[in-house]
Write a protein that binds this ligand. Structure first.
Ligand code: ADP
Length: 491
């Protein structure tokens, strides 16, 4: 089984967020599962020189994109056993940032066409499946069928589109249908890509009609996005295509996040080594300027400070929360409004709340290790990584039961003692507050019950291995037959 994994960012070459983590990790695990997987991404200027200097140029060619005649170079590097191809065009990719430019639709169209055109020139590698990620790569299924559908080399190649964030869809002016894609007279493409809201086209929407399968990063989110609340105006299309929509949970890289081998924390600890956890709590309280209180519940929030993450709920009940006998540490950045809110709360409750506004990976590790509870009251959450990391560090998550949070955190059952965290259902600030109060009550009432819950979380396996197995089943199903069923990949 040969898979070409098309993505705009992959760690350690280029990363702006979770997508880069997936691009760096999943291909390794697909390879371990027996897939000949190759990653293809732009040669961004941001790729560190230590990698760029090792790239090997394999070929270049001239490519037509509507009326444009463009240079396209292809370079490669083998990294941890996986072959990475880099598409080179300085006009499009020699930029300070990966995204955020007016011509992003043009950069994306160039990349997608270049991926398809370079295939026939690759030595001894023909993909059975092209796996595309988010809107920047999702014109590939459209072009695969419309430009290359009758070509003997391409006609049996299948395509998969993965949605990592449905909010970003690649919406651009309708004139691009002709100016970028030369499809202005093509009635099917025009219908599939057209976007009712304004004179626009929508790349992601188009790909939903052309891809052989659509995946997103958790089973619950795959259901939610078929409803208007989560669907970002694409719920109707997703309902139409639900027979080929699958939710496959993301994984965590336990080489990076494991308290037993973590070098960034105050002291490594394994499951059941509670003194180690206590040492990290004391270290964190000291570092964050909070009083050393081993028995006071220490809450943590590590997050982008945006409304998606539910920080508005937290701000709403912060005074009531601070009236409890708790401490809290916050690490995050994002909307100025919330950054300022946390500065304000810190000045109001200096002995209870300590907030760091910024991005600090090392401190994040120490917070996962030192806190007792981890807050994630998200409005929506396609998968969520932070709660998975918290579980591994024996830090009990308190989450809103949505998307990937619902799939990964089992709510505490006071009768059976089972569960790995606490949850609340409605997007309501007091439901969050009551969930925190329930958690604190158990923390104080029974150390034993609390430890059972910590152990259950630390034993849960959210490694990439299981996710990779599901993707492989999906690819195999697609390759053998035009369609696969949910049951076949056991979701
Ligand atoms: P997102 O929607 O932001 O991708 P996830 O939960 O999937 O949310 O992943 C967030 C990742 O970013 C986690 O590894 C978390 O620890 C990390 N992170 C978020 N904010 C910060 C920050 N301010 N400093 C350090 N790490 C952060």
């Amino acid at each position: 089984m040969n898979v070409l994994y098309a993505i705009f960012e992959a760690s350690p070459f280029a990363k702006t967020g979770g997508l880069g983590d997936v691009g760096g990790a999943l291909p390794q695990f697909l390879k371990e599962g027996g897939v000949d997987v190759r990653v293809i991404m732009p040669k961004h200027d941001a790729i560190p020189e230590r990698f760029k200097s090792k790239f090997r140029k394999i070929f270049n060619f001239q490519m037509q994109l509507a009326w444009r005649q463009l240079y396209c170079g292809v370079e490669m590097l083998k990294y941890k056993g996986v072959t990475f191809y880099f598409i080179d065009n300085e006009q499009y990719f020699k930029r300070d940032s990966l995204y955020g430019y007016d011509d992003d639709p043009e950069r994306s169209a160039f990349f997608c066409k270049a991926v398809l055109e370079c295939l026939t020139k690759l030595d001894k590698f023909k993909p059975n499946v092209i796996h595309c990620n988010d809107w920047h790569t999702c014109l590939i299924p459209v072009m695969l069928k419309e430009y290359f559908g009758d070509h003997p080399y391409y006609y049996d190649i299948k395509s998969v589109v993965s949605i990592h964030n449905l909010k970003f869809q690649g919406i651009t002016g309708r004139y691009h249908l002709g100016d970028l894609l030369s499809m202005e007279h093509h009635s099917a493409a025009r219908d599939y890509l057209s976007w009712e809201w304004g004179e626009a086209i929508n790349f992601l929407k188009g790909s939903f009609y052309y891809a052989d399968a659509i995946t997103t990063v958790s089973p619950s989110y795959a259901e939610e996005i078929k409803t208007p609340f989560f669907g970002e105006n694409l719920d109707g299309v997703l309902r139409q295509r639900e027979d080929r929509l699958f939710g496959i949970l993301n994984g965590v890289d336990y080489d990076e996040y494991d308290p037993a081998s973590d070098k960034a924390i105050y002291g490594a600890y394994k499951r059941g080594e509670w003194e180690g956890k206590a040492l990290n709590k004391a270290g964190l309280q000291d570092e964050m300027g909070l009083p050393a209180e081993p028995d006071v519940p220490l809450l943590a929030l590590i997050s982008r400070l945006t409304e998606q993450k539910g920080v508005d709920l937290l701000a709403h009940v912060m005074d009531e929360l601070m009236a409890e006998d708790v401490q809290m540490v916050v690490l995050g950045n994002g909307d100025w409004f919330y950054e300022e809110k946390f500065h304000y709360f810190m000045s109001r409750y200096p002995d209870k709340l300590s907030a760091r506004i910024g991005f600090d990976e090392k401190l994040a590790h120490r917070i996962y290790a030192g806190a007792d509870m981890f807050l994630m009251p998200s409005r929506f959450e396609p998968c969520g990584l932070s709660q998975l990391i918290a579980l591994k560090y024996g830090t009990v998550p308190i989450v809103r039961e949505t998307g990937g949070l619902k799939d990964t955190v089992a709510p505490y059952n006071e009768f059976s003692g089972e569960g790995t965290g606490f949850g609340f259902v409605n997007y309501n600030a007091h439901e969050l507050l009551f969930a925190v109060k329930r958690a604190c009550a158990l923390y104080r009432a029974s150390k034993e019950a609390w430890r059972v819950m910590q152990l259950a979380g630390m034993s849960a396996d959210f490694s990439w291995k299981a996710s990779a197995r599901r993707y492989i089943k999906l690819y195999e199903g697609l390759y053998k037959r035009p369609k696969v069923t949910r049951k076949e990949i056991r979701l």
